[in-house]
Design a binder for this molecule. Structure first.
Ligand code: MN
Length: 411
């Protein structure tokens, strides 16, 4: 059931024109407020949907987690918050119970993460990494344009924006070292990604065709797939990343539905060779989402933007990624999270990781406010991603995913 809000619709809740959360968005999340409670957001106001359910204004199946039933309430939320709708607007007591400022709301994971898969569909990122790690070979491996490369990550370390990230220990080995050492990573990095949660699933042996892939998606979040590059270089062959990626993955708290993103659909980049039939996409499987990365060191008072790019820079669309995952009949489950892979543009300043922005540390980033330099992340650094779609007079956005780096535990 699709519901597209008209572009000129306005809410009785105040929403600034540059807010990520107008009535055209109506995302779903969970607030930590006398327990986990399903919520939505308009402008700088968070609305506790459990209170609205208890008042009889809507029916909620699960009260503590975003599920398919909650997602189907979006048209009802639109009705309740439209500027001339009085049921909640004119009920001061209920408003006082249900509405809370976003600045004080404590956000939790929107749903329990059942599985975490990380793709590698940012073709400019994959090319850059290939050039750095395998300088004597073609930057893309032969399979790259035939299938969306990915790996099974770790669900238990997916955390919500605001939660701090501890610098991990790991094995690293320089090219000339006789043996590896076990020590805190010296090449801590972020990866600018987006991800989709599933709200539906499939049974073992069932293959979800690409035409139906989007029906299973709850919506999108921003993803910071934290990485330890020195650990990654030593461990990743032959089976792929393992501990270099599994210590933390941060996500933004609001799931933005595909219906809210519908006006911002775009065609993807041309695929050459054409995908095999089971991965052959519809014409508009990508989304025009502007993405930014900012960094604030412990000495700085404000964030500095260090990268800007767009979700369109993916070679494989989300629908192609999910169709590939399902193509061998593995069961899909509500709560599965699929991350896109690092999203980089084609120019310096549009890259989605420190590895690329500093070209493996050789071109440090200078912080304007303090004159500090960064090759990789240092303790106390705060990394923030934001993302939004620009409509005609409104934005549909994701808010932010932010986290600060904590020092490693003592050995
Ligand atoms: Mn990644």
């Amino acid at each position: 059931m699709h519901f597209l809000a008209p572009a000129d619709a306005r809410s009785w809740i105040e929403v600034e024109p540059d807010s990520h959360f107008p009535i055209q968005n109506l995302p779903f999340g969970v607030i930590d407020r006398r327990g986990r409670r399903v919520a939505t957001r308009l402008g700088d106001t968070v609305i506790d949907l459990v209170e609205l359910a208890d008042a009889g204004l809507l029916a909620l199946a699960a009260r503590d987690s975003v599920d398919a039933a909650a997602l189907s309430l979006r048209p009802r939320l639109f009705e309740l918050f439209l500027e001339d709708a009085s049921a909640l607007r004119d009920n001061a007591a209920l408003r006082a119970r249900a509405l809370t400022p976003a600045s004080t709301a404590r956000m939790a994971l929107p749903m329990p993460v059942r599985a975490f898969v990380d793709f590698y569909s940012g073709i400019n990122h994959a090319s850059n990494v290939g050039k750095m790690f395998r300088p004597d070979s073609p930057p893309l491996l032969p399979n790259y344009r035939w299938l969306p490369v990915g790996y099974n990550g770790r669900a238990s370390s997916v955390i919500v924006s605001g939660q701090r990230v501890r610098r991990p220990w790991g094995q690293t080995k320089g090219a000339d070292d006789p043996a590896p050492v076990f020590a805190p990573t010296r090449e801590l990095d972020f990866e600018l990604e987006m991800g989709f949660f599933l709200s539906g699933g499939s049974t073992i042996g069932e293959v979800v065709p690409i035409e139906r892939a989007e029906e299973l998606m709850a919506g999108f979040v921003l993803v910071n797939d934290w990485s330890a590059r020195d650990v990654q270089r030593w461990e990743y062959q032959p089976l792929g990343p393992f501990l270099a990626k599994s210590f933390a993955t941060s996500i933004s708290p609001w799931i933005v539905s595909l219906d809210a993103l519908e006006p911002f659909r775009v065609a993807g980049m041309a695929q050459d060779p054409p995908a095999l039939p089971h991965l052959r996409p519809g014409p508009h499987g990508h989304f025009d989402i502007r993405l930014e990365v900012s960094l604030k060191t412990a000495k700085m008072t404000r964030r500095q933007r260090i990268s800007a790019t767009n979700f369109r820079e993916l070679y494989w669309s989300p629908a192609q990624q999910l169709a590939h995952q399902s193509s061998n009949g593995t069961p899909l489950e509500a709560g599965d999270l699929y991350a896109s892979g690092t999203i980089s543009g084609t120019e310096p300043g549009t890259y989605g990781s420190m590895l690329e922005l500093t070209w493996r540390g050789s071109q440090p980033i200078r912080m304007d406010e303090t004159g500090e330099e960064r090759r990789f992340l240092e303790d106390g650094d705060e990394v923030t991603f934001t993302g939004y779609c620009q409509g005609d007079g409104f934005r549909v956005g994701f808010g932010e995913v932010t986290a600060t780096v904590l020092p490693a535990h003592l050995g």
